[in-house]
Write a protein that binds this ligand. Structure first.
Ligand SMILES: [Zn+2]
Length: 250
């Protein structure tokens, strides 16, 4: 077997246009990776359970909760095909057990809500899923958010938001340096559930069904033992990730 363990990191609201910032850490980059969802719950259903939610279901929390509860995630495949342990360390909110998550995982725990990329303990024969809100809802730092609807402030606010997002992102990446020290037998995959609008369409959010590419186009990258640099150009959808990961691991 090629790998002793796998770490899948989901950085909530990470935009694809910052993929180049991770150059040192990941050698395979998928440049045309997209999700079909604009917010955390359905987006992770796509990512972890290959579940595509149609438009009417995407906003129906009750139905989504039911899917999460009953659908098999990648954890079931990992356990059945490899006999590994499966563990998740998530940021709560829509990733909380309350929404049905964790049924087919050995462990599904909430950790610090804004995990900043610090190293966390890994074990052999384990599939570890980490989810963080570190870049999510960062605009709440600005008390006058509502005022940006006034045209006068919009331009200034766009610049301020972008700066703030980038500052947080760089801090996060700095804390991911431990990735360089991981064993060659560890496969690490980093992705996002959806992107974030930083002023595109005059919006500063996600979760709304705007046809803005910045919400749907998300990063996907891998750190493999051979460290061979590769750019994958073929279009890939988030519902394919589960099968892609299993194909690499098995
Ligand atoms: Zn999210």
């Amino acid at each position: 077997m090629k790998y002793n363990n796998v770490i899948l990191i989901s950085v909530d609201a990470l935009r694809a246009d910052y993929l180049h910032c991770f150059e040192d850490l990941f050698n395979i980059k998928c440049l045309n990776y997209k999700t079909n969802s604009t917010w955390t719950l359905p987006a992770h259903l796509e990512m972890l359970a290959s579940k595509k939610c149609n438009k009417s279901i995407k906003g129906d929390i009750k139905k989504l909760k039911n899917f999460v509860k009953n659908d098999k995630t990648i954890a079931t495949d990992i356990k059945e095909k490899l006999g590994w342990k499966t563990r998740a360390s998530v940021g709560g909110g829509y990733m909380d057990k309350y929404f049905g998550w964790g049924n087919d995982w050995d462990k599904w725990d909430n950790q610090e809500r804004d995990w900043k990329g610090e190293e966390i303990c890994t074990h052999n024969n384990e599939f570890l899923f980490i989810h963080t809100y570190y870049l999510h809802n960062w605009w709440h730092d600005f008390p006058k958010y509502r005022d940006v609807q006034k045209k006068k402030m919009l331009y200034k606010y766009k610049i301020k938001c972008k700066k703030c997002y980038e500052k947080r992102l760089l801090k996060f990446i700095k804390n991911l340096r431990w990735i360089k020290k991981t064993s060659p037998n560890t496969l690490i995959c980093l992705t996002a559930d959806h992107g974030e609008s930083l002023g595109e369409n005059n919006q500063f959010t996600h979760g709304v069904d705007i046809r803005s590419d910045v919400i749907y186009h998300i990063p996907l990258m891998f750190r493999t033992p051979d460290k061979k640099q590769k750019e994958v150009l073929r279009p890939i959808m988030a519902i394919e990730l589960k099968d892609i990961l299993l194909k690499i691991i098995l």
